[in-house]
Design a protein around this ligand. Structure first.
Ligand code: FAD
Length: 410
């Protein structure tokens, strides 16, 4: 019997891309989202090894101009740099980032618009859990009543309600902290930043005397004004509170002062970008979290998970969304087979999870390791070796042996 209804819960990049895949392959689906249409879509994100999978979901025709439509600079000009606190470039890539595959930095709102194209999204529908009645279907409980489906795909992110209703929350809070703000910078300030990277850079703090760890600052352009005079920049200061800065202010003004103090250890233009951020603007403090795919997960052959609902990783390898794109194609291929009665729904889910769960575990673990390594700080020797790699990378365009140091997770 063909699939009558695939219910996708959550319209983040994972849910939207799966919806596009099913649309392209003529499999009936519904996609619901708890937030309203206008919700804030975060900042920018690096797309790299996920791009060919987005192409499979959207179809080649719709991908024309993809980079121009979605990238932070309306072009695929991009690059990533890692820089020391005193401004020495260690690694500068042309194309983002060559370690895991080339790509570009996308503006999340424009990416969302791109992925939404032609979809009928039901907003304001919040799923609270799932039920398995005895007659073969599965039910999503929601604020708008029960929704029956042949299969439910939880695409509802880190704190997935679908996952929670089956195995509990299981989200781990790490000791890595993020303090982030955003600001508008002038074209002059942008020029100083663009010497390092046109789009985003990670600036490594120096280990202060008597301290065990370092604070780093990530900078990323989100957008720029039509007249090219103003650039919207996000900065994220991060550190391991088990090593440094465990005493954190609890007011917005206090957090601004705290950010300014940390930024004073960095050279220009990085210092000013943080210190000149409007002190009344909202500043965000958060704990980095992860969800490692849990072996006790069992969706009874009717429920499965994609994206952050299945594997939430720290952002330090920039891979979470890219892995979500692989999930979509892996699951989508199986759902098409189930729709054509070649396999059962339970077989489709089992085949998908057999690939996605071990891959997800690898990615969560590698991102966890990167998060902690980056905040321990690098020795003089490691910094010099990194510089050497960086130069070779810059002039050769790629370094295949980097895979020994940064093993692929996909
Ligand atoms: C600071 C930061 C930087 C990052 N940078 C990168 C990067 O450069 N490259 C990269 O590949 N990844 C990056 N990531 C990871 C990436 O953002 C995530 O992996 C990606 O957003 C996951 O997409 P998703 O659709 O699975 O989940 P989400 O984006 O979380 O979307 C989930 C959706 O489900 C909805 N929802 C939630 N609960 C319910 C419910 N109960 N009912 C209905 N709907 C619900 C939400 O409103 C949301 O729309 C970064 C993450 C962070 C935090």
């Amino acid at each position: 019997m063909p699939l009558n209804s695939v219910l996708i819960t959550g319209a983040g990049p994972a849910g939207l891309t799966l919806a596009q895949y099913l649309k392209t392959h003529h499999v009936p689906f519904r996609i619901i989202e708890k937030a309203s249409e206008s919700r804030l879509q975060g900042y920018s994100v690096t797309l790299h090894f996920g791009i060919p999978y987005i192409t499979q979901a959207m179809g080649q025709e719709k991908m024309d101009g993809f980079a121009e439509k979605t990238s932070v600079l309306y072009t695929d000009v991009t690059g990533f740099a890692t820089v020391t606190a005193d401004g020495e470039i260690l690694i500068q890539t042309r194309g983002t980032p060559t370690i895991v595959g080339t790509g570009f930095r996308a503006n999340r709102s424009r990416l969302r618009q791109f992925l939404l194209d032609g979809l009928d999204l039901e907003t304001g529908v919040e799923v609270t859990g799932v039920e398995f009645p005895s007659d073969g279907v599965v039910i999503a409980k929601s604020n708008k009543g029960d929704i029956m489906a042949d299969i439910i795909v939880g695409a509802d992110g880190l704190h997935s309600s679908i996952r929670q209703s089956i195995i509990g929350d299981k989200v781990e809070e790490l000791t890595i902290m993020n303090l982030s703000g955003s600001t508008h910078i002038t074209a002059e300030q942008y020029k100083a930043f663009a010497k390092y990277s046109p789009t985003h850079a990670m600036v490594h703090g120096t280990k202060l005397p008597g301290k065990e760890g370092v604070a780093n600052i990530f900078f990323g352009i989100n957008d720029f004004s039509k007249d090219n005079n103003t650039y919207h920049m996000r900065w994220v200061i991060s550190w391991d509170r088990a090593l440094i800065y465990n005493d954190i202010p609890n007011t917005n003004a206090g957090l601004h002062e705290f950010a300014q103090e940390i930024a004073s250890q960095f050279c220009e233009p990085f210092k000013s970008i943080v210190q000149e951020t409007d002190p009344t603007s909202k500043i965000w403090l958060g704990k980095v979290c992860q969800y490692m795919p849990d072996p006790s997960w069992n969706g009874n052959g009717k429920v499965t998970l994609i994206g952050d609902a299945l594997h939430s990783m720290t952002p330090y390898r920039g891979e979470g969304l890219n892995h979500a794109m692989i999930d979509i194609v892996q699951l989508g291929e199986q759902l098409v087979k189930a729709h054509h009665d070649e396999i059962t729904i339970a077989e489709a889910i089992a085949a998908y999870e057999a690939e996605a769960i071990p891959r997800g575990k690898r990615a969560v673990q590698a991102s966890y390791e990167s998060a902690y390594q980056l905040h321990e700080g690098f020795s003089w020797l490691v910094t010099r070796i990194t510089k050497l790699f960086g130069l070779t990378l810059y002039y050769s365009g790629h370094l295949p042996f980097l895979r020994f140091f940064f093993p692929k997770t996909h």
